[in-house]
Each structure stands twice: as C-alpha cells, then as structure tokens.
Design a protein around this ligand. Structure first.
Ligand code: GDD
Ligand code: MN
Length: 373
C-alpha cells in the first residue's frame, strides 16, 4: 500500500508528492493546501508548487505557508517558462514513489485524489487519470467553443498517437515514479500536454485507468491556455509522428514552401492577365510568394518566436535576402547536375532540396533566431 500513512517517520520522503505548476495563482495557493489537507488526511503527502517567478508573488505566498507546514514546498524558477517543464521539474525535485499532478486554480477536485491513489496501489497501475470524459465526469461551466476545441484535440491525439485515454489532455493525474523515470528524458518541456506526452512517449505500454471527475470553473486568476498552446499541441503530435526522421519545424517549413508555389502561380496568373511584361510579372510573383511564405512561417512554423512590429519588417527583409541566396544555390546545383547528364527532373528536385535546406537553416539562424534567455 502507499499505506505509509501519516505518523510514520517524518524524515522519510512522503508517500505522495503533489506537484502543482503555478503562474499568477497567489490567491489559490492557501485554499488548495487546505483542500489537500482535508482530502489527504491520513496519508503521508507533501505538495510542491512550481512557480515561474509569478509577478503576483505566488512563490512568497507558498513560502509563508511552508514556514508553518513542512509538507509545503516551493520551487521558484527564474528564467524558465512552461507548464510541462514545471511539472517535470517538480516531480524530479521529490523522492516519493508516487507523484500527483494538478492545477492550482481549484478546477481539479482534490477529493478525487484518495480514490485515484487507491486504484494505483490496489490494481498495481502505472498511471491513474482524472477524466472529464469518462462516465460520470463533466466539464460543467465550459463554453461551447472550448468544449468543441477540447474534443477535437482529443480526437486528434487519440487517433494519430493511439493514446488509450478518454481524456489525454487532463492536467490531473497520479503516476508511479518508476513509470515516470522511464520516460522523463523523452518529454518535451514545452506546452500544456504533459500527460499526452508521457503516454505517447513511454517506451513500453503503461497500465492506465481513468476515474471520472467533475472539472469546475476557475474562480480566481485567468487561464493561460491560448493559441500558442494549441499550436504546441499540434507540434507535439507532428513530432511524435515524424520527429524520428525529420525536425518538425523543417516539415512545417517545407509545407509552407509548397503552399508558396501555389501562391506564386496564382500571383503570376493575375499579373499576367493584367498584361504586365512576363519578367515583371514573374518578379512580382516571387515577391508575393516570399512575403506569404514569411507570413505563414511566422504564424505557423515559428509561432513561438513570432516577430511583430519593427521586428516583423526586419524579419521579412532578412527572409527575402536569405531565400534569394537559396534560389541562386537552387539554380546552381540544378544546372550543375543537368550538365553532368542527370535527368531534368532529378536535377530540379536536387536543386529544390538544396535550396529548401539552405533557406531553412539560414532563416532559423537569422530570421527567427531564438532569443537568448
Ligand atoms: N509554472 C508554470 N508555468 N505554471 C503554469 C504555466 C507556466 O508557464 N502556465 C500555466 N501554469 C499553471 C497555472 O497556474 C495552473 O495552475 C495550471 O498550470 C493550468 O493552467 P490554466 O491556465 O488554468 O490552464 P487551463 O485551465 O486553461 O487548462 C487546464 O485544462 C486543460 C484541459 O482543457 C490544464 O489542466 C491543462 O493541462 C489541461 O490540458
Ligand atoms: Mn485552469
């Protein structure tokens, strides 16, 4: 049994560490600890709040509780951001054989924890998930748009990644440390989808169960789920699919590039019909296609490093400049091969491939260089 109940040697690690990622949750910390105290009475537990240096002083709020209660800890991260990374760091900061993960905003009903822990123990499971979609669970208080989005994302995750969960996006679960240890080095630190990542990346199948749970409405603070989070989910799914062979960004970059060919032809057709001389029409179409490629890459491929304002203009210029070099390389390589008696289409494909790789590498280094942290 996790049966190391309260009252055993207090110097030993707790049987359960509850990991709670926080960003601007100052007012929710104390009520959550009270809730845990009630729900886990009789268990040996601790809670670690992993706070990304929230400006509202969440970390200090936790510290003032920690001074009165040794079961409460804070891990304040400076210069790091991200829910998934916070969950991982929190879990790694403890020695308990079982880790529970939940949100700080009181949307997750902590009274479900004993039920989840008992199932983990009694059935020898690796993972127990509180599910909104298992029978008896619910998402009361969610608006229609959010409900549909959530359903869509789940359908995608289940079919593409073959994850055997009704609710792979739940942020509320308990996991055995051994199971986590086996997968922890493969996990992405970006995004919200740490549970999905754990299940999809696990080297062997996990013994999993879901318990129904009502997810409440957030009363204080605001949700941090935005379009960037949705984008990261998409990238995670793609990465699990093709990441073994190609970097996801490169795949996105090539998809955008292919769309660019269509844009080019459409623009060329338009200019041609407007009776521009062919050379001018072609030059114009190249500019239009480059601009649309830049905009699309900025929105999709590099959503997390999106350039706006003046940086957008600078980015567009550097993108066009670098891709012109890519075009020259493309033509050069193709001609070289063609002269060496390759078939026309093989020479063309090789040229395009060289151009694409150059464009990708060069723009990732300059146009969308990662900000130094
Ligand atoms: N440390 C840290 N860093 N914590 C974060 C960060 C971050 O960058 N972003 C969010 N959090 C914390 C919040 O403070 C909260 O405790 C928890 O993570 C969930 O964030 P919310 O902003 O409340 O997310 P949500 O309610 O929209 O999403 C929840 O439901 C989703 C299912 O629809 C989460 O549980 C998701 O994991 C879940 O997929
Ligand atoms: Mn929430």
């Amino acid at each position: 049994m996790t049966g190391q109940r309260a009252g055993e040697n207090p110097l030993l690690p707790a049987a359960v560490t509850v990991v709670v990622p926080t960003l601007m949750e100052r007012e929710n910390v104390a009520p959550l600890v009270e809730g845990l105290e009630r729900a886990l009475a009789g268990w040996s537990w601790e809670v670690v709040f992993v706070d990304d240096d929230s400006a509202d002083g969440t970390a200090d709020a936790v510290r003032s509780l920690a001074r009165r209660d040794p079961r409460v800890r804070v891990l304040q991260r400076i210069g790091s951001r991200g829910l998934a990374g916070a969950v991982i760091d929190g879990a790694l900061s403890s020695a308990s054989p079982v880790v529970a993960v939940m949100d700080a905003d009181l949307q997750h009903d902590e009274s479900a924890l004993p039920r989840m822990l008992r199932r983990l123990e009694e059935e020898g499971l690796d993972l127990v998930v509180a599910s909104r979609y298992a029978e008896g669970g619910s998402t009361a208080g969610w608006d229609g748009r959010r409900r549909v989005l959530s359903r869509l994302a789940i359908a995608l995750a289940r079919s593409v990644l073959r994850v055997p969960l009704e609710d792979p996006l739940s942020g509320f679960f308990v996991i055995r440390r051994e199971a986590l240890d086996r997968v922890v080095r493969r996990l992405s630190r970006e995004g919200f989808k740490v549970l999905l990542d754990i299940v999809a990346s696990s080297p062997g199948p996990l013994a999993v169960a879901e318990v129904p749970c009502r997810f409440g409405v957030r009363e204080r603070g605001t949700s941090k789920l935005d379009s960037l989070v949705a984008w990261q989910l998409g990238v995670l799914v793609l990465d699990k699919l093709v990441g073994r062979w190609l970097p996801v960004r490169f795949v996105l970059f090539c998809l955008v590039g292919s769309a660019g060919v269509l844009v080019h032809l459409a623009a060329l057709g338009l200019f041609h019909r407007a009776r521009l001389p062919f050379r001018t029409a072609q030059e114009g179409a190249v500019l239009v296609a480059m601009t649309s490629n830049f905009v699309l890459n900025n929105l999709l491929t590099y959503r997390d490093r999106r350039r706006s304002g003046l940086a957008f203009v600078r980015g567009l210029l550097s993108f066009c400049l670098l891709c012109s070099v890519g075009a020259v390389a493309n033509v050069g390589v193709a001609c070289l091969l063609y002269d060496a008696r390759s078939t026309w289409w093989a020479a063309g494909v090789a040229g395009a491939a060289v151009g694409a790789v150059w464009n990708y590498v060069a723009t990732s280094l300059f146009t969308w260089r990662e900000a130094r942290r």
